[in-house]
Structure formats: structure tokens, C-alpha cells
Design a protein around this ligand. Sequence first.
Ligand SMILES: NC(=O)c1ccc[n+]([C@@H]2O[C@H](COP(=O)([O-])OP(=O)(O)OC[C@H]3O[C@@H](n4cnc5c(N)ncnc54)[C@H](OP(=O)(O)O)[C@@H]3O)[C@@H](O)[C@H]2O)c1
Length: 256
Amino acid sequence: MKKPFDFSGTKALIVGGASGLGKEIANALTAHGGDVILSSRDEQKLELISNEINDLDNTGVCSFAPVDVADSSSIKELMQQVSNISEGRLNILINSAGINIRNPIDKISIEDWESIHEINLTGAFLLNQLSFDLLRKADFGRVINITSIFSSVTYPDRAAYASSKGGLLMLSKTLALEWAKYNITVNTISPGPFLTEINTKVLDDPENYQKFCSRIPMTRFGEPNEIITSALFLASPMSSYVTGTDVIVDGGWTSA
Ligand SMILES: NC(=O)c1ccc[n+]([C@@H]2O[C@H](COP(=O)([O-])OP(=O)(O)OC[C@H]3O[C@@H](n4cnc5c(N)ncnc54)[C@H](OP(=O)(O)O)[C@@H]3O)[C@@H](O)[C@H]2O)c1
């Protein structure tokens, strides 16, 4: 048996890759030999993080290409750049792009509702759809959409976010059925609360932070690197019979 986490020769695109969970996964994939293209909106940040990763002693190479997933033409341009960088094929697409705006239902503006859905769900749909040709040309394909525990359980003030992530879960399961015949697996990772930028509002409010921690059986938020093994598992060529599934990484939240 080959080493399960040997990504030599594989090409990965990580959208939402310059920060938080995406950045940890990018670092881990290059450390295990994979070539990674980082993508998100902020080109300067992409360059900085890509250089940081290349300065480590990793065997894979990290490059970058910007995208705004709220704009379909930007996603098309990204795919053209990915094709140029990765010689017309893609093994691994990881979609970690996401935003959250917390409000009770009577206070959610239509603009906030639409931008959450545009980025978390429609953007994911377009990314998955437009990467199909490149995934199909690789010898194996892996899609990982980062959803949330709020795709299957929910919490007050999360109507827009939870509905977008619930949609992403079902989008992924449907694609798993459609793409099984092409040797492309499609899975999701549902994180619970992690110590990343998306939670700045909660982390900056000690009382709210403690309220969250008391809700988690492990009584703490996840460290960003605690996402790595689930991502490597689902991205690996060895997880070839795993598709349409959701890996929950939540310190026990959804079991309580
Ligand atoms: N951390 C948690 O507790 C947690 C829990 C459950 C689920 N998640 C999910 O995990 C994923 C990663 O989040 P994170 O925790 O790593 O937080 P993060 O550091 O805020 O990452 C979110 C990423 O999405 C990118 N992004 C946002 N809007 C975008 C757009 N329109 N086009 C392209 N990229 C865009 C951001 O980059 P730019 O702003 O530079 O574009 C950023 O890199 C998200 O989907 C989030 O919903 C996180």
C-alpha cells in the first residue's frame, strides 16, 4: 500500500485558502507533496501566504490566483488560470470560502441574506460546476466543500448562514451521485467553532465566547490545525470509496 497521505504529483485548488482553515489545509497538502493553488479575493494576502508556505520545507509548491466567488466571470477566469498553472487538470478542489453575518430573522436585511447565499451557496455551486472539466481530466478527483455543523443543526441568529450551509451540504451530496461515475468523490467537512477570523465577533466578546465554550463538550474552540487530518483523509487518493459523506469536526457539539 502506498503511504495514504502521499500527494506527490497531485494538483489542488483551495478557495478561501489564504486564511483560517483553508490556509492550514494548504500548508498540510504541500507538506505531503501536493501542489496547491491558493485563492480568495485579497491578492496581496494570497501572495504573502503563498510565500510563507513556500518558505517552509514543504515538498509541494504553493501558487495563487485571485477570485471573488460572488462573480461568475471571476470564477471562469480563475479556472483558466488554474488550467494554465496545473497543466489542464485538477485532482482536488477544496472550497473553504464563506462569510457569516449574525442577526435574528426580523433584522436580516435582504442584502445580507443575498450576500451570504451568493458566497456560501451560489459561489460554491459555480466553483464546483466550473471545475468539473479540470477534475474530469485528472486521474482521480476529490471535491471537499467546507460546510458547518449549522448545515444539520442550528442556532439563533443563523437563519441566513445555516440555510446557506444546509444547501451546500445537499448540493455536495447530489454532486457525489452525479460524479461518482467519473471517479470524482464529493464530500463535506462540517466544522464546529474554530479559532479563525470568521469568529472574530464572538472571540472579541468574552461573555459570548464563554457561552459558546460551555455548549461544547470539549469546552473549547478548535485550533485551526485540528481540521487537517479530515481534509487529508477526504483529499487522499486512498479515500476512493468515500463519497457523499460529511465529516463533523466539532468537539462533540452535535452529539450533546
Ligand atoms: N471557523 C469556524 O468556526 C467555522 C465553523 C463552521 C464552518 N466554517 C466554515 O469554514 C470555512 C472557512 O472559514 P474560516 O474559519 O477559515 O474563516 P476565514 O479565515 O474567515 O476564511 C474564510 C475565507 O473565505 C474567503 N472568502 C470570503 N468571501 C469570499 C469571496 N467572495 N470570494 C472568495 N473568497 C472569499 C476569505 O478570503 P477573502 O476575504 O480574502 O476573500 C477567507 O479566506 C467557511 O466556509 C466557514 O463558513 C468555519
